[in-house]
Design a binder for this molecule. Structure first.
Ligand code: NAI
Ligand code: MG
Length: 383
């Protein structure tokens, strides 16, 4: 299992399986599926199949609702994120899985990334991205906790032309105390929970000492914006010294963070960062464990969670049935974990780890020749 449920943070979402599953049969969870574009359409079915294959002893069954969003949706309907998709998620679903969407690198009038909008609309303020090696790979076991709603992703950009005819473009980088505090709490809670899980586990750990939270920023230059992020995350610790007593708080300026993450990734435990740095760091961290195709994430708020692979729509491999489904399958486990269903989540993580250790059936990004479907089937066999 990559990390524990953040039940204390997600108090409203967590509920006990014992009463619902044992006395009234299986509990049904309604899961929204938003494949989006490109390989999103190939990997989301893998997540669905894995959920459907969970044994009854885990106490869950699933109902799925197909929802649309993305660039293709925009081209077909004129809207990237239909109101109906948001409404169904908010009013009917217990959780959701999101694949990926294509966002053109040049401006397309009226189009804006639906996942960025969805994170804001559903208050999913944290993007939790565990990066863990398995087997004999270079040892890595960290979680990148990325702020999910602000920073440069407020997308307030403008462009104008100077008198000499040259253009100037400007973007707002907004950091709020509230979002920084929220993300700091998630980071420290995760650090404590990871530390507690390690202390009771017989599995050798990379982090035998106290849990570490590394605050990543660039407040040597951006002393106001990143300065507020840094101070506020530190304040989370100071306000809760007893609760976080055993946590070692460290800081790393983002450029040297990249350097150290590649030189000595094994030293990092929980890394907390503003939105853009967190996005960049997690794609970089993916390279340490072989492929972007194995890194999951959970978009987490107080009342909802969306599992989402860290990768994009990968147009270069779209339609070939070679996309690695592991990031999505792990994201389904993360989704369950954050909903309070630790047992099936652990089962999925264990099946993926066993599959990866064996290294027999792998998609081309991990050096193999297997298809998306073959990898999914092999993981399902191990559940
Ligand atoms: P990407 O993550 O789609 O692909 C980067 C590289 O990793 C490609 O070589 C791709 O083939 C490979 N890759 C990614 N996922 C893989 C998987 N599951 N299995 C095997 N190989 C995999 O990033 P890129 O190429 O920069 O962006 C493509 C599109 O995706 C863009 O339109 C971008 O805006 C969008 N995107 C969407 C995201 C989202 O929906 N959350 C996140 C990142 C990018
Ligand atoms: Mg990214």
């Amino acid at each position: 299992m990559l990390l524990l449920s953040v039940r204390p943070v997600l108090g409203r979402m967590a509920f006990s399986l014992t009463s619902s599953a044992s006395s009234r049969g299986l509990k049904t969870l309604k899961i929204g599926l938003i494949p989006g574009d490109g390989i999103g359409k190939e990997v989301i079915p893998a997540g669905r199949h894995v959920l459907e294959a969970l044994p009854a002893e885990d106490g869950l069954k699933f109902q799925f609702v197909d929802l649309i969003a993305g660039f293709e949706c925009f081209k077909a309907t004129g809207v990237a994120l239909p109101e109906e998709t948001v409404k169904v998620l908010m009013e009917e679903c217990d959780g959701a899985l999101f694949g990926a969407v294509s966002s053109p690198t040049t401006k397309v009038a009226g189009y804006s990334s639906p996942i960025v909008a969805l994170r804001k609309k559903l208050g999913l303020y944290a993007n939790v991205r565990p990066v863990k090696s398995v087997g004999d790979d270079r040892p890595v076991d960290m979680v990148i906790v990325r702020e999910n709603t602000e920073d440069l992703y407020v997308k307030e950009e403008k462009i104008w032309t100077l008198e000499d005819g040259t253009k100037v473009a400007e973007a707002i980088k907004r950091i709020t105390e509230k979002a920084s505090y929220n993300i700091g709490k998630i980071a420290f809670d995760l650090a404590v929970q990871r530390g507690a899980a390690r202390s009771t586990s017989s599995i050798p750990t990379l982090h035998p000492g106290c849990p570490i939270v590394t605050i990543t920023h660039k407040s040597n230059v951006l002393s106001t914006t990143d300065g507020l992020f840094r101070e506020t995350v530190r304040k989370v610790y100071e306000d809760n010294v007893e609760k976080y007593a055993g946590v070692n708080v460290q800081e790393q300026i983002v450029d040297s963070m990249v350097y150290r993450m590649f030189r000595e990734p094994e030293i990092f435990d929980v890394v907390v960062a503003p939105n853009l740095y967190g996005d960049i760091l997690s794609d970089g961290a993916a390279a340490l464990v072989g492929s972007l195709g194995v890194i999951p994430s959970a978009n987490v708020g107080d009342t909802f969670v969306i599992g989402e692979p860290c990768h994009g729509s990968a147009p270069d491999i779209e339609g070939k049935n070679i996309a690695n489904p592991i990031a999505t399958i792990r994201s389904t486990a993360l989704m369950l974990e954050f909903m309070g269903y630790a047992k099936p989540a652990a089962r999925i993580h264990a099946a993926v780890d066993a599959h990866m250790v064996e290294k027999k059936i792998s998609t081309p990004d991990l050096g193999g020749t297997a298809t998306t479907i073959q990898v999914t089937e092999d993981i399902i066999k191990r559940l």
